[in-house]
Design a protein around this ligand. Structure first.
Ligand code: HEC
Ligand code: HEC
Ligand code: HEC
Ligand code: HEC
Length: 120
């Protein structure tokens, strides 16, 4: 019973605050939870930026990624800026940003995790 209430609470809450998870969890931490180590991305020393090829060894091509986000409009992985480096949006150790907002106001999708309530 307690579990059911807890699930209901979380469901309601996540509907009310769709970016809750988004605001607190960094993508790097999600990788850690999934059992990845630093070396899975930082092949040499930790401080070096990680190449997009490294990300794509696990996550596939932009075409593959576009399928996972085809419910989003516009599709963050398929649009006129296709082929961006992943960390234009997904940072690993700091909040993600919506790069598109450099030019567009209020594009609908919200990457998780995002920085602030408005996703900036
Ligand atoms: C899923 C891939 C991934 C994993 C796992 C990962 N990193 Fe990173 N790391 C990155 C990327 C990408 C950057 C470039 C900055 C960014 O986009 O956030 C980065 C940048 C850094 C930097 C430079 C400072 C900064 O924040 O930009 C340090 C230091 C660092 N990582 C340390 C670590 C350590 C220590 C671990 C293990 C606990 C780790 N990283 C695990 C992808 C990863
Ligand atoms: C060694 C394999 C591996 C590498 C390298 C890797 N990832 Fe991941 N990534 C994963 C796994 C596993 C998950 C969890 C997937 C799941 O739960 O379905 C994940 C999840 C994600 C997510 C979704 C996080 C969320 O909010 O649920 C994003 C975004 C992501 N990775 C981006 C990146 C980027 C950008 C890079 C390169 C800097 C990268 N990944 C490198 C394996 C990898
Ligand atoms: C223009 C910004 C942008 C760029 C660039 C970008 N992404 Fe994303 N990504 C997003 C957004 C937005 C989502 C959807 C997050 C959500 O559903 O909350 C997402 C979701 C994901 C997910 C989770 C997909 C799922 O199963 O739900 C992964 C994995 C991912 N991106 C990996 C990557 C990788 C790897 C790259 C680089 C090759 C990349 N992304 C480039 C914005 C971007
Ligand atoms: C350098 C500025 C710039 C960036 C960054 C940018 N766009 Fe655009 N975008 C434009 C311009 C200019 C147009 C054409 C506007 C028009 O024809 O009215 C456009 C048009 C569009 C359109 C079609 C017009 C519409 O409003 O339906 C979509 C969808 C779109 N962009 C999505 C994105 C997405 C998603 C991103 C991030 C991955 C992004 N844009 C990043 C400048 C930019």
């Amino acid at each position: 019973m307690r579990n059911i209430l807890w699930i209901l609470f979380l469901l309601t809450f996540s509907l009310l605050v769709p970016n809750l998870h988004a605001q607190h969890v960094l993508t790097g931490d999600i990788h850690k939870e999934k059992g990845l180590t630093c070396k899975d991305c930082h092949v040499t020393e930790s401080k070096k930026p990680v190449s997009r090829d490294k990300c794509q060894e696990c996550h596939g091509s932009y075409a593959d990624l576009a399928k996972t986000t085809e419910h989003l409009d516009p599709n963050p992985h398929y649009n006129h800026t296709i082929d961006l480096d992943c960390n234009y949006c997904h940072h690993m150790h700091k909040p993600a940003v919506i790069y598109c907002r450099n030019c567009h106001q209020g594009l609908a999708f919200v990457p998780k995790p995002v920085a602030g309530k408005d996703g900036k």
